[in-house]
Design a binder for this molecule. Structure first.
Ligand code: ASP
Length: 324
């Protein structure tokens, strides 16, 4: 047989094997990579969603934490994973802010991934250690501005939602604080509750239960309207603070080259999971708003990501905050 013919047969057989394994997909557990520490808000969304997606997929979706400051190692891991649908990524707005924040990023959100769909949007809250005396935002701002050299601010590193919210908050009140970076706001929250750091901005998916239990002080929510699960907590806007509104959106991604039939199964399992009553109840309790079904699609995630990159790039450049 000529070498060219042999190569042709090998290519056809490889394509056949790929499509056959795509048809059988999934026949083992799937890893959902979370780019932040366990116990934080992204991890919480992943666990609720992963469990529900496992039902239509007929396999367990295992949450795998790949924590790093700014959440930049998780996407890199998924970019380099085998594109077979057994490794997927859940990430938030950081997919749209890191391309501007980092001079050197080892992945390109717009070219290195297949898109699965948008999940939900979550507002953020300004929360402080329980020992903080201030009873409301006004008192907190007076205290923080007077003590700006000793007040510190926890976040999950440059590129995290908590970093973005902190950047907007500090710029809105025209005061800078020392930043303490963590590999996720799960561990940052432990230190906040323990009084080791003074304040932070974190998603309601993590802060709601601590606010309700009185474990942290809460001074405002970053959405335009109050959150149903925290009806007594005023928005920052209604307290006169403009320019710190931000909603954190989550999306699901797979490595570039994941076969279309596999992506289709992941999309339909995302859509099934988002109809699940337990998922809806849990997201509502945590202040998260699910994207409608027509946004739980690859095209909607791709369009949203591109629009968010374009939206945040000038704001980040103006704030002049970069990492290498
Ligand atoms: N809330 C974190 C952030 O600031 C991430 C996390 O730990 O889930 O992006």
């Amino acid at each position: 047989m000529s070498p060219i013919r042999a190569l042709g047969i090998a290519a056809v057989m490889a394509a056949f094997a790929t499509s056959a394994s795509a048809q059988q997909y999934p026949n083992r557990n799937i890893s959902m990579v979370v780019p932040f520490a366990a116990g934080g808000p992204t991890d919480t969304v992943a666990r609720v969603l992963g469990q529900a997606m496992g039902k239509p997929l007929g396999q367990t979706v295992i949450v795998e934490n790949r924590p790093s400051a700014g959440g930049i190692l998780g996407p890199e891991q998924v970019k380099n994973a085998k594109p077979d649908g057994y490794t997927i990524l859940i990430h938030h707005i950081g997919m749209a802010t890191t391309p501007t924040l980092y001079r050197q990023l080892r992945y390109n959100p717009l070219t290195d991934f297949e898109y699965i769909g948008l999940v939900n949007e979550v507002p953020m809250t300004i929360v402080a250690k329980p020992q903080m005396q201030a009873k409301n935002l006004q008192e907190f701002l007076e205290y923080a501005k007077k003590n700006k050299d000793k007040v510190n601010y926890a976040n999950a590193g440059v590129g995290a939602a908590s970093h973005l919210c902190g950047m907007l908050f500090m710029s809105a009140i025209q005061t800078d604080f020392q930043t303490i970076p963590y590999k996720g706001t799960g561990p940052a929250m432990n230190d906040l509750i323990g009084g080791q750091v003074d304040f932070m901005c974190d998603q309601t998916t993590s802060t709601t239960s601590h606010i309700k239990a009185g474990k942290v002080k809460a001074y405002g929510v970053t959405s335009a309207k109050r959150v149903a699960s925290l009806p007594d907590l005023p928005t920052l806007q209604e307290q006169g603070l403009k320019g710190a509104d931000v909603a954190i959106w989550h999306g699901l991604y797979a490595p570039k080259g994941t076969p279309k039939p596999v992506i289709d199964k992941l999309v339909s399992s995302l859509q099934e999971a988002m109809k699940d009553a337990t998922v809806n109840q849990r997201f509502t309790e945590l202040g998260a708003v699910s994207f409608p079904a027509d946004k739980q699609t690859p095209a909607a995630l791709q369009a949203h990501l591109k629009a968010e990159i374009d939206k945040w790039a000038p704001l980040i450049k103006k704030a002049g905050q970069y990492a290498d």
